[in-house]
Design a protein around this ligand. Structure first.
Ligand SMILES: *Cc1c(COP(=O)(O)O)cnc(C)c1O
Length: 415
């Protein structure tokens, strides 16, 4: 195949060339990667080199991530879930520790506590920002105190790309002494108090994912950012079986081949060709962010004056990164069935996803921790109303008009 054609074909999803009036098959999903010729070239170069894993690219990607996000240390890992797993271990979570997150997140934000043998509890989201509510967190901490218990850590999620109320979370951390983790998978490039490097300033450890729906991708992949050298060192040892060659730790040294294992780890490494993709993608993050914000602006303008919708709020000290565009429809008040709306909208060419099914309502968490419907009412109501509509850089104005019209037309049809 001609090289140029190959690059062209992989450049963008082919929505532009399709006549939408005739194509009921056409589906827009909520997210997808944006890969172009330079990305493919970067990966190909590594594939032709001697080391396709454990070569120089992981370190190079770590350096670039450190620079971009203002972190002293960065550790690449196999995926975001592996990153959360290692964060819990590096922070010393153990049996009976209490780890808090919010119900509106991906399973992994809670599961990482389970991996460490710890207990999960939840705190409801703020109605406006959809992130963990610091007032309710303090109530939760006080209610544990009254039983002579302390929480170990909070995994706070910058949901959809809107930073949490980090100042309040930090005040609580100083007042009650717990660890603070930023599950930052949605928020690459978000700004808090005009600062794109805010994440490591407030959290002990920051978790990133490079899954194809996220801002930048390596296929599967992730990274942990921190300003704490001990946490970084621990994560880098645990991601590769717990092996160490660190002279200050070795009990003896038989020679250059020699290593020791002091605690059990995993193989949670990422390949060099994936890191090459990550380096290439990171260079385009600012452009991707601009495109995502343009798309969000379009939707905001389209839906904001229609009473049936609630568009995402943005706090005045925040710049949203829009991993997701969480649109709420007042299905309850409109007496419209969300499931039926899903199928009808799909017929009209648009597929939405829902972020998220409240984690406390998963059978595992209900069964093992006794959570039930009604425990976190704001999250539950949000789940009833939320749909994540398509947002990724290659959508153009024609696409956005089609998507928005499809949503309104479908709603109108169901009245
Ligand atoms: C994507 C995501 C993860 C998990 O990342 P993977 O790379 O898919 O393992 C964890 N938390 C949140 C909030 C995410 O969005």
């Amino acid at each position: 195949m001609n090289k140029n054609n190959f690059f062209k074909q992989t450049e963008t999803p082919k929505s532009k060339n399709i006549d939408k009036s005739q194509n009921s098959q056409l589906k827009y999903y909520y997210g997808r990667q944006c890969i172009s010729g330079d990305d493919i070239q970067a990966v190909t170069e590594v594939l032709k080199s001697d080391l396709i894993t454990q070569g120089p690219k992981a370190k190079e990607f770590e350096n670039e991530l450190s620079k971009f996000f203002g972190a002293k240390f960065a550790a690449t890992v196999a995926n975001g879930t592996a990153g959360l797993h290692l964060i819990g271990l590096a922070l010393g979570w153990k049996q009976d520790d209490i780890i808090i997150t919010s119900p509106i997140t991906f399973l992994a934000s809670a599961n990482c506590a389970i991996y460490a043998g710890a207990k999960v509890d939840f705190v409801d989201i703020d109605e406006k920002t959809y992130t963990i509510d610091p007032n309710k967190l303090e109530d939760k901490i006080k209610s544990y105190s009254s039983k002579n218990k302390k929480i170990k850590a909070v995994v706070a999620v910058d949901y959809a790309g809107h930073p949490c109320d980090w100042k309040s979370l930090n005040e609580l951390k100083n007042k009650y002494d717990f660890q603070l983790i930023n599950d930052f998978c949605h928020a690459l490039g978000a700004e808090y108090e005009n600062d794109i490097k805010y994440a490591v300033k407030y959290a002990d450890a920051v978790n990133l994912s490079f899954h194809p729906v996220k801002h930048i991708t390596t296929g599967e992949g992730g990274a942990v950012l921190t300003n704490n050298e001990l946490i970084d060192r621990k994560i880098k040892t645990l991601r590769t079986h717990g092996m160490t060659k660190d002279e200050s730790i070795l009990e003896k040294n038989d020679g250059p081949w020699y290593y020791e294992m002091h605690e059990v780890g995993f193989n949670y490494r990422i390949t060099d060709f994936q890191c090459a993709l990550g380096i290439s993608q990171l260079k385009k993050l600012n452009k991707f962010l601009e495109q995502r914000r343009t798309i969000a602006n379009f939707y905001n303008n389209y839906f904001k004056d229609d009473e049936r919708f609630i568009t995402p709020f943005v706090a005045s000290n925040v710049k949203h990164a829009y991993h997701l565009y969480p649109l709420q429809i007042k299905f309850d008040e409109l007496k419209i069935d969300k499931k039926e709306f899903y199928f009808r909208l799909k017929e009209n060419g648009v597929v939405f996803q829902v972020h998220y099914i409240p984690v406390h309502l998963q059978p595992f968490y209900k069964k093992n921790f006794g959570f039930k419907e009604g425990d976190f009412p704001i999250s539950e109501k949000f789940y009833q109303r939320e749909l994540s509509i398509p947002i990724y850089p290659s959508l153009n104005e024609e696409d956005l008009t089609f998507i928005s019209n499809a949503i309104v037309t479908t709603l109108n049809e169901m009245k």
